[in-house]
Write a protein that binds this ligand. Structure first.
Ligand code: ATP
Length: 590
C-alpha cells in the first residue's frame, strides 16, 4: 500500500480506537474487539512465517500455550509482576520459536507441517497431563492483569492496549517486510538455491521467521491468559492452530494487511457461530477450501487486484558504469589466479561428472567452460558456487579455501552465478529481483529494519538506485516494475545476470546465458559480457554457442566425461584434435 493510503488507514484505526471510550459499547462487544486484536497479533507473526518465508505451520496453538502458561506461571507461581510476565512470555515464545525452527532446516512442505503438528500435540499433552505444574483442565486461577498507576485493566483498557500493540506490531513488521528481510523471506520461499546464490542464509531467514511468528503468538496467548485471569488446557486445541492458519490464508497470506482482514472477519464470524459450535469447524474448513481454490491470495489479494497499478519506467539516479564498478575488481591476492581449482572430484553413484579437474582462472578475463552435453560443466559450476559439495579436491578463491563452504558464504566472498534453468523470483518485479541480489549490500541490521530508522531508509534508497542502474545497463530499465515471469525469455536471462551483478561479484559464473536466445539477442549478450568484463569483473561462462565463446573468451577449458581434456586460447582449442573428436563423438585419431 502506498504511503499516503497507509497513513490514512493508520489514522482511521487510531481514530476508531480513540472513539471506543466515548461509545456505549458493552462488555460483550469489548470482548470481541479484544479478541480481534489478539487474533491479529498471532496471525501477523504467522503471516511472516507462512506468507513471506513459505513455511507452513499447523502447531502455533503450542506457541500460544507457551506464552499463556509462561505469563500465568511467572505471575502465580513465581510472583513476578504482570508487565514483566508479559515480556517473559514473549521471550519464551522466541526461545520455542528457535526450537521448532530447527527441523525446518531439514524438512519442508508437508513434512514440516507434520513436525509442527507434532509440536502442537506434544505441548497439548504436556499441559493436560502434567497437572502438578499446569493444572490441566482445572486451570490456573488468579493470573494478575497489568495495571497502570495502581489501577487494574478494565475491558476497555484491554481493548485500547491490545489495539495499540496491534498498530505497533503492524508498523514494525511493515518496516521489516518492506526491506531486505522481507525480500529475503520471499526469496527463500520462491527459490532457495537462488536465494543462497545472492548470499541469503536460508537457515537464518527461516529461523528469524519462526522466531517472529512465535513471539507474536506467545504474546497473544499471554494477553488472553492475563485478560481472563485464568487459563486451562482447553484453550490449546488443534482447532486453534487451524483457526490461526485460516485467518492468515483467508485474509491474504504474504500481504501485510491479510491478517487484519482475516482477524476481523473470522473473529466476527466465530462470535456469531458460537451458538452452533458444530458449524464453526465446518465453516473454517469451507473457508479454507474457498480461499485455496477461488481466492488463493485471500481478501487482501482480491482487493489489491482492484487497486490501480503504479507503473511506468523508473529512472536511476546513478549511471550503469558506476553501479557496475561498485563491485570489487578482479584482482587476486598477491597477483596470482583469482580462482584455483585442483583435483576436484564429484561422483553420483557410478556417474562421475567431475573427475579430478584442475584449472586456474585469471582475474579480469573471460574464461569459457565448454564440452558436450553431460560433460559435467554445470556440476563444476555447482561445486564452485557451493550448491553441491565436492567429494574431494580444493577450490581456492583469492587465496582462500572455499570448497565445502555454504553457498551463501561463497556468494558473500564475491562469487555470483546464474542458472541454466532460470531461477527467478517469478511473481516479484524485475526491480525486486535485483534488490534481492543486493541483499548483502543493503547495510541495515535487524534493529534498524524493525524500527525503520532513517539509516535503514537511506540504505534501501541507495540499493534501489543501484538496482535501477543495473537494470538499465541490461536493457531492462523500462521493465523494472514488471513481474519477472511476465518478461520475454531473453530479458529473463538478462535479469538473472542483473541480479547476480547486484551482489557486486569479483567472479561471475554464467551457466548457458545464451540458451534459448535468438542470434540478435546472443550478439547483444556478447556485448553485455564485454561491458561486465570492462568493469573489472572476471567471468567463467558455460556456453554451447561456439560463435559467442570464440568471440569473447580469453581462455577456454574443455570438459568431456567429467575430465578436462584441453585448455588454451580459443584458436588453439578450435584446432585441438581431442576437442574436435569429443564434439563429433569420435575416438581420438579417427
Ligand atoms: P549440459 O551441457 O547438457 O547442461 P553438463 O555438461 O552441464 O550438461 P551436468 O549437468 O553437470 O553436465 O551433468 C553431468 C552428468 O552428471 C550427467 O550425466 C548428469 O545426469 C549427472 N548428474 C548431474 N547432477 C546429478 C545428480 N544430482 N544426481 C545424479 N546425477 C547427476
Amino acid at each position: 500500500m502506498r504511503a499516503p493510503l497507509h497513513a490514512a488507514g493508520l489514522a482511521a484505526i487510531l481514530g476508531a480506537l480513540a472513539l471506543v471510550p466515548l461509545l456505549p459499547i458493552n462488555d460483550f462487544y469489548l470482548q470481541i474487539l479484544f479478541t480481534i486484536g489478539v487474533n491479529y497479533l498471532a496471525a501477523a507473526g504467522l503471516n511472516v512465517l507462512v506468507g513471506f518465508a513459505g513455511q507452513k505451520s499447523l502447531g502455533h496453538a503450542g506457541l500460544f500455550a507457551v506464552g499463556a502458561y509462561a505469563a500465568a506461571l511467572a505471575n502465580v507461581d513465581f510472583g513476578l509482576p504482570p508487565w514483566l510476565s508479559l515480556v517473559l512470555a514473549a521471550a519464551m515464545g522466541g526461545l520455542f520459536g528457535l526450537v521448532i525452527a530447527a527441523p525446518s532446516v531439514r524438512v519442508s512442505g508437508p513434512s514440516l507441517a507434520m513436525v509442527t503438528i507434532g509440536f502442537g500435540i506434544v505441548v497439548e499433552k504436556i499441559v493436560t497431563e502434567w497437572t502438578d505444574l499446569f493444572k490441566g483442565q482445572a486451570g490456573i486461577y488468579g493470573i494478575a492483569a497489568p495495571s497502570v498507576m495502581g489501577k487494574s485493566f478494565t475491558n476497555l483498557h484491554w481493548v485500547l492496549f491490545v489495539g495499540l500493540l496491534c498498530v505497533l506490531t503492524h508498523l514494525v513488521l511493515r518496516s521489516l517486510l518492506n526491506g531486505r528481510y522481507g525480500r529475503a523471506f520471499m526469496a527463500v520461499q520462491l527459490a532457495e538455491p537462488a536465494a543462497e546464490s545472492v548470499g541469503i542464509s536460508v537457515v537464518r531467514a527461516k529461523t528469524l521467521a519462526f522466531v517472529i511468528s512465535a513471539v507474536t503468538c506467545a504474546l497473544a496467548g499471554a494477553l488472553v491468559a492475563q485478560q481472563n485471569q485464568y487459563f486451562n488446557s482447553d484453550f490449546i486445541t488443534f482447532n486453534l492452530s487451524i483457526f490461526l492458519l485460516v485467518v492468515v490464508i483467508f485474509g491474504g497470506s504474504g500481504s501485510l494487511y491479510g491478517p487484519l482482514f482475516g482477524s476481523v472477519i473470522l473473529t466476527l464470524l466465530d462470535a456469531w457461530l458460537a451458538r452452533w459450535p458444530a458449524l464453526q469447524h465446518f465453516t473454517y474448513g469451507a473457508l479454507l477450501l474457498f480461499a485455496l481454490y477461488l481466492m488463493p491470495n485471500g481478501i487482501a489479494g482480491a482487493l489489491a487486484r482492484l487497486a490501480p497499478r503504479s507503473g511506468g519506467p523508473m529512472r536511476p539516479a546513478i549511471t550503469a558504469s558506476a553501479a557496475l564498478s561498485r563491485g570489487q575488481t578482479g584482482t587476486s591476492a598477491g597477483g596470482g589466479p583469482l580462482l584455483a581449482v585442483s583435483g576436484l572430484y564429484k561422483a553420483y553413484g557410478g556417474i562421475i561428472p567431475v573427475k579430478d579437474v584442475s584449472f586456474t582462472i585469471s582475474p579480469g578475463k573471460v574464461h569459457a567452460l565448454i564440452g558436450p552435453n553431460g560433460a559435467g560443466k554445470t556440476t563444476l559450476i555447482n561445486l564452485i558456487s557451493g550448491h553441491v559439495p565436492p567429494d574431494r579436491g580444493h577450490i581456492l578463491f583469492a587465496g582462500a579455501e572455499i570448497a565445502r563452504m555454504p553457498a551463501h558464504r561463497i556468494a558473500a566472498s564475491g562469487i555470483a552465478r546464474t542458472f541454466q534453468n532460470l531461477k527467478l523470483f517469478g511473481h516479484l518485479s524485475a526491480l525486486d529481483n535485483v534488490l534481492i541480489g543486493a541483499h548483502l549490500h543493503v547495510e541495515t541490521g535487524l534493529g534498524a529494519a524493525l524500527t525503520g530508522l532513517p539509516a535503514n531508509r537511506r540504505a534501501e534508497a541507495e540499493a534501489r538506485e543501484e538496482a535501477l542502474a543495473l537494470l538499465s545497463e541490461l536493457g531492462l530499465g523500462e521493465r523494472a516494475g514488471d513481474a519477472a515471469s511476465a518478461l520475454p525469455y531473453g530479458l529473463q536471462r538478462r535479469l538473472e545476470i542483473a541480479r547476480a551483478l547486484a551482489t557486486r561479484p569479483r567472479l561471475l559464473l554464467l551457466d548457458e546465458p545464451a540458451a534459448g536466445l535468438n542470434p540478435q539477442e546472443t550478439h547483444e549478450l556478447g556485448a553485455v559480457i564485454r561491458r561486465i568484463q570492462a568493469a573489472g569483473i572476471t567471468i567463467l561462462l558455460i556456453e554451447h554457442h561456439m560463435d559467442l565463446v570464440m568471440g569473447i573468451s580469453d581462455h577456454v577449458i574443455v570438459l568431456d566425461y567429467g575430465e578436462k581434456i584441453a585448455e588454451g586460447t580459443p584458436e588453439t582449442i578450435r584446432r585441438n584434435p581431442k576437442v574436435v573428436a569429443a564434439y563429433l563423438g569420435l575416438e581420438e585419431g579417427a
